[in-house]
Structures are given as C-alpha cells and as structure tokens.
Design a protein around this ligand. Structure first.
Ligand SMILES: NC(=O)c1ccc[n+]([C@@H]2O[C@H](COP(=O)([O-])OP(=O)(O)OC[C@H]3O[C@@H](n4cnc5c(N)ncnc54)[C@H](O)[C@@H]3O)[C@@H](O)[C@H]2O)c1
Ligand SMILES: O=C(O)CC[C@@H](O)C(=O)O
Length: 413
C-alpha cells in the first residue's frame, strides 16, 4: 500500500486503545495505515496509564479512563484523544486543549441504544416487574395487578432534552405517554412534548423521571433529597446519564421510605474499573431497583458505529489536520493538500502570534497556497499550505516552534 507521508511515517505513530473499544476502530486505523496499535481490553491503573500514554501519539478510551491534567502531563507525544463514547467528562478538556491536543467523541452513535433501554425500563418499572421477577427467582408467586400500570396516558419527565432525551420522548409518545421536559436551553418540542415550567414542576408532575444531562458543574448532584421529595409518591427515577447527577444515598433513602416506587440506575458515582471487580452501592439488594453496569450505550450496533466514527475523526486529524467536531478545540475543516506541504501551528491565543507566524513565512519567501485559522478563548490553530520542499518546511517548523506561546507544530507532507 502506498501511504501519504506525514511529518513522521504513519507506521511510527503509536495508537493506544483502552477499555476494549470495538474491533471496527482497530480495522479502520489499520486500513488507514496505522499499524502500531496497542490494544487493552480494560482501563489501566493510573501508574500504568501514565507509562503507556507517555509513549502514545493517539489514545482511545471509553468512560472509565480518567485523563486528568496530571496524567496528560506525562503525555508528551500525544497529538489526539478519541473518546469512543458520548461523554467526555473523563478527560480534562481544558488541560488537553492547553497541551494542544484535540479531543474527539461520537456524539450520536449510541443515542438510540440508550433510548431503547430507557423506554424498556419505563415499562418494567411501571409494571413492577423487577420486584415480581425477584420474587419468582426466590420461588415466590404473587399474581396480583396491585402496583402494576400501563404506561399509556402516564407522564414521562425528561431532564436534559438533547439527543437522547428527544429520542426517548419520541419513542415514549409512540406508547401513548405524555412527555414533558426540562432543559437549560430553549428546545424545539418534538411531537406533543411540552416544556415543563422548570425542574420542580417536572418532578411534581411526572410518573417516571428520566435523566439525560451531561456531567457538568450545573448537573452535579442536581437530584438530591429535596428534588426526590418533590417527586410524586410512587413515581420512578431512571438515571442513564452520569453517576454524579444523583445523590445516591438520597435515592436509597427515598426508596427505603417507600416515597419512590422504583428506580433504574445504569451509572454510579463510583464504578468498578474492570469487569469482575466488586460493585458496591447502597442500591444493591433492592427488588424495586434495576441495576445495570453502565451499559446504556453498549450494544454491538452502537459500539461498532462508534469505533468507525471516532477512528475516522482521529485519522482525519492525524492525516489532514482537520479538527471538525472536536469538543475542546477550534474547529477547522480542511481540504486535502495534494501538491502542498501543510504546517500546523497550535498556540496559546495571545496577541502577536499570528503576525510572527506570517513574518516567518514571508522571510522564507515560500508560496502560500492556503491559510486557515480558528481561535477560541484559550488556543489558536493555524494551518498553512505551502509550496516548499521538505528542508524548507523543516526549517520553517523549527522557527514556528520557537515562537513564544507555541503549543505544538507539525508538518504533513
Ligand atoms: N449510560 C450510558 O451508557 C450513556 C450513553 C450515552 C450517553 N450517556 C450520558 O448521557 C448524556 C446525555 O447525552 P446526549 O447525547 O443526550 O447529550 P446532549 O448534549 O445531546 O443533551 C444533553 C442536554 O442536557 C441539557 N442540559 C445541560 N445541563 C443541564 C441542566 N443543568 N439542566 C437541564 N438540562 C441540562 C443540554 O442543554 C442538552 O440539551 C451524556 O453526556 C452522557 O453523559 C450515557
Ligand atoms: O462506553 C462507555 O464506557 C460509556 C458510554 C456512555 O456513558 C457514553 O458516554 O457514551
């Protein structure tokens, strides 16, 4: 296979894939010429993570690996991070950006999987199936309709009306539910869904409340004892968002007191690092709680799609410099650079850098075929296509690297 040359051969680019990301990612990376792939089925302990990431140019992970500022400080060679999931809260996005490292994710690939699970849990909880199933497992038999309800005509309250929340709403309306939602942004209502007057209003009206917010400072512990007390007696809570959104001890207390009828919880404040590790939770042992090991988005369909999508974003950035859909970085969509060398310069967004960049190019008297620039509050990303030979490009790159405020430079040949 003839491979387009990059600043150093693709075959030398080391890709570290963690947490058993789908084989489709490995296949896509190999097909694009990336052969140095280190694959781990689990998350690594922090010490090992630091040692492995120090060697890596690209890292791929799911929700368990914490890429803190401390871990990223070890990642001297890292050029890109791929979160093979929706959530990116496990990465210190600011620290990554200030190290000149874009972070990519798969914002839609497992949306449907989560929505289907939540819909199923809504039906199960409203029918009291978790308790009935547990009873049968213990040899019991209680064939009563008490506490068992159709979902038709009941109210589903969706907190966070984004990609997943809206899908859940559409599916729930298909079963005849009334959908209300609460979001901090003004959202277009799909179908007959209606915005609630606020979180308290939603909590006091819904038969089932389902959470679909990201982990942010505004969502941390947003459902505590006070909010649970506002829910209707006998109502149910579903959390497939993030474990930090619900105060789990308060949820356990609301279930213990009988105020809530049941819950389905997929995400936890502390989750085991690996399959087989012990799962500790105050919700364990309760018949009216469906517990799942953070598998809302874990279907083969979703994982395969995520593998393809995130690998493609990493390859596009590594080969071409394109940062389209990066979650922490100025987004630049770039054409191919056939016939030109492409220089990438990532710098702190401070005054004077761009004029120094341009001064270097004019001094070298190379023809500029294209220039692309995007900035955000922290970082500037400038991409320059030039007609130059490799020696000129290397000289320019060295001068660019010496500009104060430079975070990273690369040449794509
Ligand atoms: N359990 C799983 O396996 C699984 C799978 C996928 C996603 N998730 C989680 O679900 C979250 C939501 O995913 P999505 O794709 O729908 O995200 P999204 O960004 O499309 O939607 C999130 C919505 O929440 C809203 N929001 C943010 N802060 C809020 C607040 N304080 N109060 C009310 N609304 C608020 C946003 O405005 C947005 O509309 C992800 O961030 C991830 O953490 C979990
Ligand atoms: O695959 C995972 O580990 C996380 C899945 C989910 O929480 C997501 O954010 O997409």
């Amino acid at each position: 296979m003839s491979l387009k040359k990059t600043s150093f051969p693709k075959q030398d680019i080391r890709v570290l894939l963690l947490e058993g990301v789908s084989q489709t990612a490995v296949d896509a990376l190999r097909a694009a010429g990336y052969s140095q792939i280190e694959y781990h089925a689990k998350a690594l302990p922090e010490d090992e993570l630091k040692a492995r990431i120090a060697e890596a140019h690209i890292v791929g992970l799911r929700s368990r690996t914490q890429l803190t500022a401390e871990v990223l400080a070890e990642a001297k060679r890292l050029i890109a991070i791929g979160c093979f999931c929706i959530g990116t809260n496990q990465v210190d996005l600011d620290a990554a950006e200030l190290a000149g490292i874009p972070v990519f994710n798969a914002p839609y690939s497992n949306t449907r999987s989560v929505a289907e699970l939540v819909l199923a849990q809504t039906v199960m909880l409203m029918r009291g199936i978790p308790q009935k199933s547990a009873q049968c497992h213990r040899g019991g038999w209680s064939k009563a309709a008490t506490g068992s309800h159709e979902v038709r005509g009941k109210t589903l309250g969706i907190v966070g009306y984004g990609h997943i929340g809206t899908q859940v709403g559409v599916l729930a309306e298909g079963l005849g539910m009334q959908v209300i939602f609460h979001d901090i942004e003004t959202k277009l209502s799909l179908g007959n869904a209606r915005a609630a007057a606020g979180l308290d209003d939603l909590l006091s009206r819904a038969d089932v409340v389902t959470l679909h917010v990201p982990e942010t400072p505004s969502t941390q512990w947003m459902i505590g004892a006070q909010q649970l007390a506002r829910m209707k007696p006998g109502a149910h809570l579903i959390n497939a968002a993030r474990g930090t959104v619900v105060v789990i001890e308060a949820l356990a207390a609301a279930l213990e007191s009988g105020h809530l009828g049941g819950a389905a919880v997929d995400v936890f404040p502390v989750e085991p690092k690996a399959n087989g590790d012990v799962f500790e939770s105050p919700l364990r042992g309760r018949d009216n709680v469906i517990l799942t090991p953070h598998i809302g988005g874990s279907t083969l369909e979703a994982q395969d799609n995520i593998g393809v999508e995130v690998a493609a974003k990493l390859v596009r950035y590594s080969d071409n410099g394109s940062t389209l859909s990066a979650v922490n970085f100025p987004e630049v969509t770039l054409p191919e650079h056939e016939g030109s060398l492409r220089l990438l310069h990532i710098h702190r967004n401070v005054p004077g850098v761009l004029s120094r960049v341009n001064e270097i190019f004019s001094r070298h008297a190379v023809n500029i075929d294209g220039q692309f620039l995007r900035t955000d509050a922290n970082v500037g990303y400038v991409v320059i296509d030039v007609s130059a030979d490799e020696a000129q490009a290397a000289a320019i790159r060295d001068e660019l690297s010496a500009i104060e405020g430079t975070l990273r430079t690369r040449v794509l040949y």
